[in-house]
Design a protein around this ligand. Structure first.
Ligand code: CP
Length: 313
C-alpha cells in the first residue's frame, strides 16, 4: 500500500479490519514500530474526530505527528498549475507539498470539495496534487469524494456487531439538512460496504442519486420505510444532489429517522459518522437509544487509522 485514499481490494480491506481489531485489543503493542517517523496532518477544513483519532493512532505506534490548519495557519495555497500568481494566493502547492514531503515520512490530508466545480471535485484534484508533489505516502483524511478512514472504522464497527454467517443487510439512508453537504461519506460507505461483500440498499428521495461509480451493485429504494424493514445496520447521512451538482432539492416526505420508523424492525443498529445536527439529521431518541453505534464508530476511528499507519510503516 503506497497511499491510503480509497477502497482497494477485499483482501486488503479484510486485513485492515483484522489489524484494526488487533490494535483495539492491544493498542500499545507496537509502540516502538514508528520510532523516528513523522506524520504531517494537513487540514484545509475543520475536524474533531479525524484529527484527534489519527494523532492518537500515530502516538500508539510511536510516530510523532504534527497537525497544521492550512486554511488558517499557513499561506493561502494556489492549487492550479501554470497560473500567474498575482492575486491572493501566496504559495503554490508544488512548492508547499515538496517542502512537507521533505519534512515528513508521510502526509495525511483533509480537503473537502468545492461543490461548485464538479469536474475538479470528481477527479479529487487537491489530494492528487498533494500526492503528485509531496513524493511521500499520503493518507486521505477526507477528500472531495471519499472518506476512507471513516469507512474503514464503519466496516470494523459492522464486523464487531454482526456475528451471523449470512451477509449483513446494510441500508444507507439520506437524511435532511439545511446546508449543502459533500458526498464523500456516502460515496465511501457505499464503496466499502459493497467491496466488503455486504448486501447494500441505498434509500433517498428522487433526485439525490449518488455518482454511479460508487453505487454499482447496490439496490436503490426510494421508499425509506420499505428499505428499513429488514435492515441489520442503518447508516444515516445527508448529501447534496450530484445532479444538479451540490444543490439542495425540495423534499416533501419526512426523512428524519425516528424510533416510530422501526416498528417492523427491532434489531437494526443505527450508524452516523458524526458530527450530527440533532433532530434535523437524526433524532435524539435514536442517538441516545440502544440502537445507536455512533460512539463505537468514533472510537474505532483510532484503530482504523492505526491499522493504516501500521501498514504504511
Ligand atoms: N467523522 C468525521 O470525519 O468527523 P470530523 O469531521 O470531526 O473529523
Amino acid at each position: 500500500m503506497k497511499n491510503f485514499t480509497q477502497f482497494d481490494t477485499r483482501t486488503l480491506a479484510d486485513s485492515l479490519i483484522d489489524k484494526a481489531l488487533a490494535c483495539k485489543a492491544s493498542p500499545l503493542e507496537h509502540q516502538e514500530k514508528g520510532k523516528g517517523k513523522r506524520l504531517g496532518l494537513i487540514f484545509l477544513n475543520p475536524s474533531l474526530r479525524t484529527r484527534v483519532s489519527t494523532q492518537l493512532a500515530a502516538s500508539n505506534l510511536g510516530v510523532e505527528s504534527f497537525a497544521l490548519n492550512m486554511d488558517k495557519e499557513t499561506w493561502a495555497l494556489e492549487m492550479q498549475d501554470g497560473v500567474l500568481m498575482n492575486k491572493n494566493k501566496v504559495e503554490h502547492i508544488k512548492d508547499a507539498a515538496a517542502v512537507l514531503g521533505g519534512y515528513f515520512d508521510f502526509l495525511a490530508i483533509r480537503a473537502f470539495p468545492s461543490l461548485t466545480n464538479k469536474e475538479e471535485d470528481t477527479e479529487d484534484f487537491i489530494i492528487n496534487q498533494f500526492i503528485r508533489y509531496s513524493g511521500i505516502p499520503v493518507i486521505s483524511l477526507e477528500s472531495a469524494i471519499r472518506h476512507p478512514l471513516q469507512s474503514l472504522a464503519d466496516m470494523v464497527t459492522i464486523r464487531e456487531n454482526f456475528q451471523e454467517k449470512r451477509k449483513p443487510k446494510v441500508v444507507l439512508t439520506w437524511a435532511p439538512h439545511i446546508k449543502s453537504i459533500p458526498h464523500a461519506v456516502a460515496n465511501s460507505f457505499s464503496e466499502w460496504a459493497l467491496g466488503c461483500g455486504h448486501d447494500l440498499t441505498i434509500t433517498h428521495p428522487v433526485g439525490y442519486e449518488l455518482d454511479e461509480q460508487f453505487t454499482q451493485g447496490a439496490t436503490i429504494e426510494y421508499d425509506q420505510n420499505k428499505a428499513l424493514e429488514d435492515a441489520d445496520f442503518v447508516y444515516v447521512k445527508n448529501w447534496s444532489a450530484f445532479n444538479p451538482y451540490g444543490k439542495i432539492l425540495k423534499v416533501d416526505e419526512n426523512w428524519l429517522l425516528k424510533e416510530s420508523k422501526f416498528k417492523k424492525n427491532s434489531k437494526a443498529r443505527v450508524m452516523h459518522c458524526l458530527p450530527v445536527r440533532r433532530n434535523l439529521e437524526l433524532s435524539d431518541e435514536i442517538l441516545d437509544g440502544s440502537r445507536s453505534l455512533v460512539q463505537n464508530q468514533a472510537k474505532n476511528r483510532i484503530f482504523a487509522a492505526q491499522a493504516v499507519i501500521d501498514s504504511l510503516l
